[in-house]
Design a protein around this ligand. Structure first.
Ligand SMILES: Cc1cc2nc3c(=O)[nH]c(=O)nc-3n(C[C@H](O)[C@H](O)[C@H](O)COP(=O)(O)OP(=O)(O)OC[C@H]3O[C@@H](n4cnc5c(N)ncnc54)[C@H](O)[C@@H]3O)c2cc1C
Ligand code: SF4
Ligand code: SF4
Length: 1017
């Protein structure tokens, strides 16, 4: 299984000497580029991350000289394996991604291939233009990759595919020559020569082209030989002229390496309306598509019942999908079709919506349309539709929905019969398909669930053969959107016949005589079911290990027909579920997004695959299946290696992937597994110990007279800071949280008399009782937050119990210190046993309160959410579940109480603007809404949420000398600039380290929500 290839040192030296970017030849880096969103895996021979076009040019020259295959890569989101290969993979997405020109008058843009679609469209938005090939992966797909695949968006019925929207391509050929591929009539040089050659082939083959070319909009197989004899429903050019760039579109990196692309832009529609048609029968939905397109919609997209149900069972999507249903209380429709109309003004669109309703009436389906005029509702529903595949891919177990016949396109008049027949094929083979996507153009995505580790390959072949027969019967295209790659290459000759296939081979040889560009794609493809190419080949095996946390929920198998999941722990994972949790990453690349959410902060600042959730998951998978460098360490404990450390180093454990990754890859927990094993191997540093044991020594430091002041000298005397940096690795460029001599615990009389109550005592009397957990950070460094929280709760009429260990607890509970602790700092250092001890003491104390339904409130999100997250997988069983259910942030509790009318505040009006920065863990648990709602209780506050990813401090990360630069870069991405823009605002941040980062970065005090509210009492 180990990939033993060694990249020749001489060539590596030549390349490294002559390029500015980085060349990687090691297994871990190659392994991270060995997969895309397909079932395949092939290790590259090396990986180059060019800094610019010059680097690519140099690399191509060296590759040509030594006959090394080359594979251009964008986001690596292809579904068919076209981005995998034993070649020098060149990643354009890191730096080769500039916008070269935007010509507003001509509505054209020229861009480098690594530019991401959404980034281009964000740039174009103010000018009222967009590039309208709106693929679902727009947040991560690059223009070069989209052109490479001839990608198509949901609105292709209105705008066409990539081939209809590319005006010109400047490209390197394998011999290093540059060709200007544009209108054939004006072409010159090498482009003209090649174009003329292809023209002669097309002329010879005109009868074959006319006979064998599918006459549908969605055909992306092979090369576009039909530029000389147009066969597509939508002409490639508006004047029917020939554009040689169109020959390169869809060539999957096999003909030429795109240097820049000239794109046709479109006016951004000013208005859109949506009519969501609900169907009781899937067949009727499919039958209706041919009639719906006659109304002139810009999209008709399908979501079937399985997907509606999946969306309804997902808390993030439930509310949104239900806005599309005629009656959310009634039985779920078998299918819905999202029919969109768009244009310059709204009135005609409303008429079109009316036409839709009338049409459905004529078709015998009156009252089946949900009109959706509100743009936010529409936007949210489109997000659910776009998340369709990812919703399906979150299925646990080894059976996964596999793409290989997922984008066949058939003429609309046959859509109903085709989908019905294919469904029968799935049933025959013991599987089932979930249907969604582009009903407007007859391209429905469907992926039967197959177990590629067992009998998936045989079933795949059988289903593909029967699907192909259906495509032929209905005169469709076998490859209609995602490209040929490894799973459909062998079907090109089936689709076009031997003569055209031979001509495609001749085109390849004319462009690339040595067949160096992306070998094995389109020309000379392998068999789709050659298991040697699979990510999970028959000899794939996990090195057994016992994880520190409980991953049994992932250790399951599924039923491909019912999708029922077996009991936790029955999946047969030698790593007890950890391996299967890692394998949930299907490489769709969604973690490469740069949107308003959080995932993935380290990628956002580095743009390096290894600092990306996907890169981390791939590295873990390769390590655990013995596919990385093998030595004594990796064989005995694959997670404790330096290769894994390299990818985990910048993971800030923000937990964003837990929520934002469509398949729920929870890298923060995986980091705990890594740290526990790695630190066991290399030992804990002084800094680890200082941070981890903080909750243990904080009571001692604060109790010793004069010691807090002495320790605080570190922040005033640079020499001490430097010395400490040298001794501990804590950066001298950071101030440290200041110790307080006066802490919550100082006045034990009041604590005992006023804030210590048994669970039953808390329930007595008229006042309602709550538990307020005083975490180490707020108790020892920012006591004022706790005091503010106490004031608020008392004003609102609550009894408060503040947990404090007694002498007896300390004797009975191993590891229980002077104060309770959630174990967070220990988890951050990989000291799981110590965290367990701390949590055990805390949970034992809290459980009787939780059992009685008493709310357990916290101020510090990272501590509070430890109770709702890690504590549930650390072997505490029911005790942790009960406590987790009652644990909530102060604001979550107060908002619920306010809404229920159980409390009220009379707050003074705000005199300054209020900005809010959400802690990553707040966002990961969707707990930020109450923060904003509570702040709105302050009259005239109008709190504004800062759209920010992680603040970059992430516990101790931002204090560490080797991480301070990255930490500051994370903060500068959006958080600090947003605060600087409003100099007089309150800045509200619940996280201790977030407040510190803000103080350090903009020299402004940020406050906990308890403090701003208390200040307005
Ligand atoms: C969840 C999901 C949803 C998807 N939805 C859609 C969809 O709605 N519509 C759709 O069409 N596709 C879709 N895809 C497939 C894929 O995302 C698109 O094809 C996307 O355009 C690929 O872009 P990329 O940057 O990831 O390209 P990559 O996968 O990196 O590359 C694609 C091809 O282009 C070639 N290439 C890249 N750069 C160059 C260059 N400079 N010169 C020459 N060739 C180059 C590569 O060699 C490769 O063959 C989806 C995939 C997933 C996982
Ligand atoms: S980590 Fe999640 S978001 Fe990233 S590629 Fe894997 S599955 Fe997709
Ligand atoms: S926890 Fe945060 S930093 Fe780590 S991989 Fe997930 S999103 Fe990225």
């Amino acid at each position: 299984m180990l990939n033993n290839y060694v990249f020749p040192a001489e060539i590596a030296t030549r390349l490294r000497k002559n390029v500015k970017g980085a060349l990687f030849t090691d297994l871990a880096n190659r392994g991270r580029y060995a997969t895309d969103a397909s079932i395949y895996q092939q290790f590259p021979v090396a990986v180059l991350i060019p800094q610019d076009a010059e680097d690519v040019k140099t690399a191509l020259a060296v590759a040509a000289e030594f006959a090394i295959p080359v594979l251009p890569r964008g986001g690596g989101t292809s579904q068919c394996g076209q981005t995998t290969g034993a070649a020098l993979v060149i990643d354009n997405s890191h730096a080769f991604r500039n916008i070269l020109e935007i010509d507003l008058n001509r509505a054209e843009a020229e861009v480098e291939p690594g530019l991401v679609l959404d980034h281009l469209n964000a740039k174009l938005k103010p000018s009222g233009l967009w590039f309208p090939v709106d693929v679902s992966t727009g947040a991560q797909a690059t223009i070069g990759g989209m052109a490479g695949n001839n990608s198509c968006g949901s609105r292709s019925i209105a705008y066409g595919n990539m081939v209809h929207n590319v005006l010109g391509i400047e490209a390197w050929l394998a011999n290093g020559k540059v060709g200007q591929f544009g209108p054939y009539a004006q072409s010159t040089g090498v482009a003209k020569e090649l174009g003329t050659f292809v023209k002669s082939l097309a002329e010879q083959l005109q009868p074959e082209i006319e006979a064998n070319w599918p006459k549908v909009l969605r055909r992306v197989a092979g090369y576009n030989l039909d530029i000389f004899h147009p066969q597509s429903e939508l002409p490639y050019t508006s004047d029917s002229s020939v554009n040689l760039a169109h020959l390169l579109v869809g060539s999957e990196g096999t003909l030429a390496y795109f240097k820049s692309l000239r794109l046709k832009l479109a006016p951004l529609p000013q208005h859109k309306v949506l009519g969501v048609v609900n169907f009781k029968s899937f067949y009727r939905a499919m039958e209706s598509a041919q009639h719906l397109v006659k109304l002139g919609p810009s999209a008709v997209e399908l979501v079937d019942r399985t997907m509606i149900d999946l969306a309804r069972s997902n808390p993030s999507f439930k509310q949104v999908i239900e806005t599309a249903l005629i009656d959310p209380q009634a039985i779920t429709p078998e299918a819905i079709l999202l029919v969109e109309f768009s244009g310059e003004s709204q009135a005609p669109l409303l008429t079109q919506l009316q036409n839709l309703q009338e049409l459905m009436g004529e078709l015998g389906l009156a009252n089946s349309v949900v009109p959706m005029i509100d743009t936010n509702l529409q936007k949210n529903l489109w997000e659910v539709r776009k998340a369709g595949l990812n919703i399906m891919m979150s299925l646990k177990g080894d059976g996964k929905p596999v793409s290989f016949i997922e984008d066949c396109a058939v003429p609309l008049e046959h859509l109903a019969d085709y989908t019905q027949a294919l469904t029968e094929v799935f049933t025959k083979h013991g599987s089932r398909g979930t249907w969604y996507a582009h009903a407007s153009v007859g391209t429905l995505h469907v992926r039967p669930i197959l177990d590629m580790r067992r009998d998936g390959a045989q079933k795949m072949r059988a289903v593909a053969e029967e699907a192909a027969e259906l495509v032929r019967r209905y005169k469709g295209a076998y490859s209609g959107e995602h490209g040929d790659g490894l799973c459909r290459g062998e079907w090109i000759s089936w689709q076009f016949g031997p003569k055209i296939t031979a001509a495609l081979g001749a085109i390849k040889t004319a462009f690339d005589p040595q067949h160096l560009f992306n070998p094995g794609k389109i020309i000379d493809p392998p068999k789709m079911d050659d298991s040697i190419l699979f990510r999970y080949p028959p000899n794939y095996a996990i090195i057994p290990l016992k994880p520190a946390l409980d991953w049994s929920a992932w250790d399951v198998q599924n039923n491909p027909v019912t999708e029922a999941i077996s009991a936790p722990g029955t999946g047969g994972d030698p790593a007890l579920g950890l391996a299967k949790a890692i394998e949930m990453c299907n490489n769709n690349g969604h973690c490469r997004k740069f949107d308003a959410e959080v995932m993935c902060p380290s990628y956002r600042v580095t743009r390096d695959e290894k600092h990306l959730t996907r890169g981390r998951a791939n590295t873990l998978r390769l390590a655990m299946s013995g596919q990385l460098e093998q030595d004594a360490i990796s064989l005995s404990d694959p997670l404790a290696t330096d290769a894994v450390k390299e990818v985990m180093d910048l993971c800030v454990s923000c937990k964003a992937c837990r929520r934002e990754c469509p398949t729920g890859v929870d890298m923060a927990k995986m980091k705990i597994e890594f740290l526990q094993r790695y630190k066991k191997r290399v030992g804990h540093s002084v800094r680890d110990l200082l941070v981890a044991h903080l909750p243990r020594y904080a009571p001692i430091v604060s109790a010793l007279p004069g010691l807090p002041a002495l320790l605080n000298l570190r922040n005033q005397v640079p020499f001490i800071a430097k010395l400490l940096q040298w001794l501990t690795g804590i950066s001298a460029a950071r101030s440290l949280p200041a110790w307080r001599a006066k802490t919550l615990w100082k006045n034990q009389t009041i604590l005992q008399e006023k804030y210590t109550h048994s669970p039953d005592a808390l329930l007595q009397g008229e006042r309602k009782g709550v538990v307020l957990f005083a975490d180490t950070f707020n108790a020892y460094f920012e006591n004022e937050n706790l005091q503010a929280a106490i004031r608020l709760l008392e004003t609102a009429g609550y009894h408060i119990h503040i947990p404090q260990p007694t002498k007896e607890t300390r004797t009975e509970q191993p590891g229980c210190g002077k104060q309770f602790c959630c174990g967070r700092t220990y988890l951050a250092a990989g000291m799981v046993n110590e965290a367990q001890e701390q949590l055990s003491a805390l949970l034992t104390h809290l459980h009787p309160y939780a059992e009685r339904g008493i709310a357990i409130l916290g101020l510090e999100p990272s501590c509070l959410f430890t109770l709702k997250d890690e504590a549930l997988v650390m072997g505490f069983g029911e005790q942790a579940i009960t406590v987790g259910q009652q644990a909530q942030l102060l604001e979550t509790f107060l908002v619920a109480e306010l809404k229920a009318g159980r409390c009220q505040f009379n707050l003074k009006a705000a005199t300054k603007p209020v900005l809010v920065h959400g802690h990553c863990h707040q966002k990961a648990f969707a707990a930020l809404t109450p923060t904003l709602e509570l702040l709105k209780q302050i009259p005239q506050a109008n709190p504004q949420l800062i759209e920010s990813s992680c603040c970059g401090m992430a516990g101790s990360f931002g204090y560490e000398v080797e991480h301070i630069t990255v930490s500051k870069q994370m903060a500068e991405l959006s958080l600090l600039p947003a605060i600087r823009k409003v100099p007089n605002a309150w800045v509200v941040a619940d996280g201790t380290s977030c407040r510190h980062q803000i103080q350090d970065g903009v020299n402004r005090e940020a406050v906990h929500i308890a403090r701003i509210l208390a200040a307005h009492l």
